[in-house]
Design a protein around this ligand. Structure first.
Ligand code: PLP
Length: 426
């Protein structure tokens, strides 16, 4: 256990000892009021790696010099562009390379995966999810249920925290799964809840879902690149995530999917097919009769977004250089420091409360602060002082120090501003 101290000297000492501190230089920081911001919003939009331009240039040059021949010529032809990311991504999410692929965007990918893994039949129609899920996921689930002619209110079961609690208990999730086992078609929830920052026990949930005879999938938008994942081992059927949050790949950029190996060679699994998911040896024969590629690749519909993937790759290469294991080690200390300082400053005043679980296995880098007094004024004061965090109604501030580009000094400076804001408004 690190003995934390509320002092600039201590924060700087931690930064000096941090072997990942060099990575900060690889990113552009935005300015607020003309000064470089303290950026804690990588859970919404990760910073731009300085190397992105160079990666884009390469494919722009291929396009300029080779045009259509760029699909097959050069040292990284576009025909196989989806393979570039597999090595880094499979490390980040703990999967085999054929279990992951990059395509489309997150919500579209969830829809595509639901076509295969939400197969309501007879009594088995229900979906279990967490209450207060990210809205896109709620709309996605509702509309998928309607596609099958079912009523979302009777089909989707939302698990809420117990009264007086902010986060879910694994036992309650498992109990709900067991209680609905005759009628359950799918468990589909976040891996890391965007509002509370809670990480769910994906392994236990997957196992309970499978025992109930259901498919299990997770939205990992807030987990990928943040929390160490072992998707293959945990055994979920599918997962999806975006690349622009912790994965720093640019607004709205291409997204990742995971399909477990057990479904890698299942041509009978229905899907919304397209030519890029078709057996690549025969793709250009342009013939009838869809034969899916082995693994996650078989879910690709269109040819890959080459420029998007170039930006994505710039970031993935940085992740691979840093290594998820080391990133997590630093993240635990960095967020631990943030937690220590917040508790020190707010004490027992009751002004604010951290609703993210204390247990390291149940959180990533983000802490969600429930502000009981001062609310939005406290948050606005943060911003005026150069802190980019994130406000969620009715009264939650989300602060996400990322181990790639945030420092202990960032966290210390945030604490100073928090102290000042609370004095002023709370
Ligand atoms: C960020 C986020 C999304 C965003 O979906 P897009 O399709 O990328 O716009 C969806 N779900 C969750 C859980 C998210 O955190």
């Amino acid at each position: 256990m690190t003995q934390y101290e509320y002092s600039l000297d201590f924060a700087r000492k931690m930064d000096q000892e941090d072997e990942l501190s060099v990575f900060r230089e690889m990113f552009f920081f935005p300015k607020v009021n003309g000064k470089e911001a303290i950026y804690f919003c990588g859970n919404s939009l990760g910073l731009q790696p300085k190397s992105v331009r160079e990666y884009l240039e390469k494919d722009l040059e291929s396009w300029a010099d080779k045009a259509v021949d760029g699909h097959f010529d050069g040292d990284s032809p576009w025909f196989s562009v989806h393979k570039r990311s597999k090595s880094a991504l499979s490390e980040i999410v703990g999967a085999k390379e054929h279990e992951v692929v990059v395509m489309n965007s997150l919500t579209s990918n969830l829809h595509a995966l639901m076509v295969s893994f939400y197969r309501p039949a007879g009594k088995r129609v229900k979906i279990i999810t967490e209450a207060g899920a990210f809205p896109s996921d709620m709309y996605m689930l509702e509309s998928q249920v309607k596609v099958h002619g079912l009523d979302p209110d009777k089909t989707i079961i939302e698990i809420a925290p117990r009264s007086g609690e902010h986060t879910l208990r694994t036992e309650d999730i498992i109990e709900t799964i067991e209680a609905n086992k005759e009628e359950l078609a799918l468990v589909m929830m976040a891996g890391l809840q965007y509002y509370t920052g809670q990480v769910f026990d994906m392994k236990a949930i997957t196992s309970a879902g499978h025992q109930a005879g259901a498919f299990v999938g997770f939205d990992l938008a807030h987990a990928a690149g943040n929390f160490p994942l072992q998707l293959h081992e945990w055994g979920m059927d599918f997962a999806a995530w975006c690349s622009y949050k912790y994965l720093n790949s640019g607004p709205g950029n291409v997204a990742g999917i995971f399909v477990h190996e057990r479904h890698a060679d299942s041509p009978e699994l229905v899907r919304f097919a397209g030519w890029w998911g078709h057996n690549e040896q025969e793709r250009f024969k342009m013939e009838k009769g869809f034969k899916p590629m082995y693994g996650a690749d078989g879910w690709q519909a269109s040819n890959g977004n080459v420029l998007g993937m170039a930006a994505h790759q710039a970031s993935l290469d940085i992740f691979q250089e840093a290594g998820m294991h080391k990133l997590r080690e630093k993240s635990l200390k960095l967020t631990g420091y943030l937690e220590f300082l917040i508790k020190k400053i707010s004490g027992n005043s009751g002004v604010l409360e951290i609703i993210t679980p204390e247990n390291h296995n149940e959180r990533g880098c983000q802490l969600s602060l429930l502000i009981h007094k001062g609310g939005k004024a406290v948050f606005d004061e943060f911003y005026q002082n150069g802190i980019v965090g994130d406000w969620r109604n009715p009264n939650v501030v989300r602060i996400a120090p990322t181990p790639l580009y945030n420092s202990f000094e960032d966290v210390f400076r945030f604490a100073k501003i928090l102290e000042q804001s609370l004095k002023k408004f709370a």
